[in-house]
Each structure stands twice: as structure tokens, then as C-alpha cells.
Design a binder for this molecule. Sequence first.
Ligand code: SF4
Ligand code: SF4
Length: 217
Amino acid sequence: MLGFLEKVRDYTKEAVSAAKYLFDGLSVTFDHMRRRPVTVQYPYEKLIPSERYRGRIHYEFDKCIACEVCVRVCPINLPVVDWVMNKETKKKELRNYSIDFGACIFCGNCVEYCPTNCLSMTEEYELAAFDRHSLNYDNVALGRLPTSVTSDPSVRPLRELAYLPEGIMDPHDLPPNQKRAGKLPTQIIKELQEEISQGKDTVDSTDMVPNKSNSTN
Ligand code: SF4
Ligand code: SF4
């Protein structure tokens, strides 16, 4: 009889611990049901890239003065500026300009230091190609205007998932004026600027208050 009771006790212990492990595993699953999605149905849906996204570089041939600053500031001296000196005018003549996106690390140095602003970073990130040599963009390919997620009719643009309104799990069909859960960087900057201007106003107004000790003297 005692042996039977011990068996029952052991069995119950094992059943309880198995149920505990099962519940631990399921708690992770249930926890994910309360979380926001982190994936989109690419390529039918795409997230709108942030304002300062560093994608494919756009280049304007007409603005370039062949100064080669972009080459010097590039960590791998990547841009190729092909120019010849015109002996009559004693000026550089630009022939070609190219950047190999197979090697570019999209650091943005060239864009930052270009004196004529003929380089800019776009929101284009789909640069995959079958041949690595086709990633070497010449001035014509670099001059192509970028595609935008919001203006592409075949794509459904989605807002950033991190800024979904509170309690909303699905990023589809959101009313545009609904309050966001988080603030956009632009909103934070605006608030900071307002705070700074208010602070200045306060400082200015305190400066204008006459100093009592001085006025009494
Ligand atoms: S820094 Fe700008 S202007 Fe100078 S060569 Fe490069 S792209 Fe042209
Ligand atoms: S983004 Fe950076 S790595 Fe790419 S070409 Fe410009 S400076 Fe070079």
C-alpha cells in the first residue's frame, strides 16, 4: 500500500512539473499576442523610411565641379571622378562620375562635404543585383530620381511600427489624425525648440527687471 502511495506521489509531482513547464512555454506565446508586429508583408507593403535615411546616393552632374573632395573624405576613396584639363580655358572638364555601391558603406561623408551639394542620400534601399558589376553606378544611373514608397502605386506604405497609437496592434488602415504612441523625431525637435525659445524669453524678461540694489544706490 505504501509503495502504491509513493508511486502516486511521484506521478503527481511529475505531472505538476510538466504542467509548469508547459505553462512557462505558453506564457511566451501569449506574451507575443500582446506585442506589436515587427514585420511587414514585403514587397507589397513597405515601411516609410525615416527622414534622414541613408540610401542610394543621388548625383547631379551639372553641379559637380570635379573638386574630388568626395574622394578625399570617403573612408575607402570610392567615388571615381573622371575629368580632363581643358588647356584653352584652363578649367577641369568632367567626363564621368561613378560610385560602386557594392563597396560603399553609406556613411554619407561625401554628401556632407560636397561643396556644391550635388550629392544627396535618397530613401532607396533596394539595390540588389545579379551581377556585382552592375552595382557600379555611373553618372547617368546616379542621376536617376529616386523612387518613393509613398508615391509608388503598387506598394502599400506603412507608418513606422514604433509609433502606432496605443493599444493598436495592426498597422493597416490607421486614421491619419489618430494620436501616436510615441513622438516623431520632428515633434521632439519642435518641442525642444519651443522650450529653448521660452527659456530665452524668461532670461530676457529677468534681464529687463531693474536691479533693486542698483536702483536704490
Ligand atoms: S565633392 Fe561634389 S563637386 Fe566635388 S567632385 Fe565630389 S561630387 Fe563633384
Ligand atoms: S557614402 Fe561613404 S563610403 Fe559611400 S561613397 Fe560616400 S563617403 Fe564613400
